[in-house]
Ligand binder design. Sequence first.
Ligand SMILES: Cc1ncc(COP(=O)(O)O)c(C=O)c1O
Length: 384
Amino acid sequence: MSTFANYEDRFGLPLFAKRGITLVKGENAFVWDIEGRRYIDCAAGHGVANVGHGNPFVVKAVEGQAQRLMVVSNAFYNDQRGLLMKKLVEITPQSLNKVFLCNSGTEAVEAALKFARFSTGNSEFVCARRGFHGRTMGALSATFNPKYKRDFEPLVPGFHFATFNDFESVERLVNERTAGILLEVVQGEGGVHIGRADFFAKVQALCREKEILLIIDEVQTGLGRTGRMFASEYFDLQPDILCLAKGLGGGIPIGAVLCSDRVHLKYGKHGTTFGGNPLASAAALATIDYIEQNDLAKKAEQKGKYFARLLNAYHLPLLKELRQIGLMIGIEIKEKAQPFISALQDEGIIVLPAGPKVIRLLPPLTIEYELIDWVVKKVAEVLK
Ligand SMILES: Cc1ncc(COP(=O)(O)O)c(C=O)c1O
């Protein structure tokens, strides 16, 4: 245990299950611990480092912006914020034409819920079982897993949970008080469950018919992760609200809420001190540019398929189901995942859980093929 680990254990609130090592350096798909041991980071800082750790293009943008100007109140205009808003509207689904910038995924969801309530005059939401949307009170209310919620009740009322990919169960929960339907396209924390085209088409049609808002949470799936810039593109989704965060800033905290014409707001109804600050905006602009210029979404699609092909070739008896879309990979096994996650860490590969029996990999989209070979080999060895 490093001195710093001791400090965190002593002075940090005991909220996180720690994994023993102290990480101090990163470069592309690698991170190093304080003793100099190198790991392949298939967690990418929890699905953040889509463009790799310390991406030189992003670092340069952040360095330059840090020297110029780091903070500007939202009462003033700023070049980087303006450019980012324009870029986000250009690259997200066509229905979306306005942006609110914030600092994290949960804040993006929180804002989305407020915007939907204000725009519709209604207060209820239909969400999905297994869905995850964050830890603040509104986003937590929209999150399914009772384990995260039970000690914090009463939460925000009016959240109902349908079965993911089961349209009838969504339809049954919609009523005259419904403001929106809030869904992930691929449920990440819930175990990497991929949405179906027919389900999303019907949900989208229902939203139009009943004049309720379609709110899509792409905090984890956004920015190339699934093999498209946004997973919504797979189903030609035209959401009314889209939530982004994680990979957007290349490692700098940022969140964004994109809105359609059906979202109406007025001055003063929401706000933020840090949201849209020039430093995070510059980082996000550089990140998006890098993803576009290097065709990272397409590469994620190819690398994800490659990973799945290699892993499936092992015919591992422990494997229950491999769920993969781009470089969002869930390996569901027949036993508890945690011992295997620890064993992989001992082998120099960092992966994530997603529920009790799923090993989740969210490597940087820039990971090299030779590293994928190595990761698959080690996963197969560990699972044997
Ligand atoms: C789909 C989804 N929404 C929201 C969040 C919350 O994001 P944050 O941890 O930045 O608050 C997460 C985090 O894992 C997520 O996966």
